[in-house]
Structures are given as C-alpha cells and as structure tokens.
Design a protein around this ligand. Structure first.
Ligand SMILES: [Zn+2]
Length: 55
C-alpha cells in the first residue's frame, strides 16, 4: 500500500491492546499520515468516544 498523498510506500505497524484485537496502521514516513482500513477503524471508534457534535 502506498500513501495516497505522496505515493510513498507505507510502513505497517500493529497495535495490540489488551482488550482489543490487534489493529494494523499504515504509517507514511514522508507526511506522517496514518491510514487505517475501515475494518481496522471500527474497533478504534469503539475504544475512543468520538463526539463530532462538539467543536
Ligand atoms: Zn504520505
């Protein structure tokens, strides 16, 4: 997988949390972007409360 912004090959890291299954993150070393697959994002969203109504 490559970064959609600068086409740099992404480094994949695996985050393992005690109460979550492992989550794979793709990190771009060029722009420090973090790309998460949709399937990987949902457990994160359950873990962190995302309140989009607050500004
Ligand atoms: Zn990038």
């Amino acid at each position: 997988m490559k970064c959609p912004i600068d086409n740099t090959p992404l480094s994949q890291i695996v985050v393992q949390r005690k109460f979550l299954r492992e989550i794979k993150l793709d990190i771009c070393n060029a722009c420090q972007g973090v790309w998460v697959d949709k399937d990987e994002l949902s457990p994160l969203m359950q873990h962190f409360s995302v309140d989009s109504d607050k500004t």
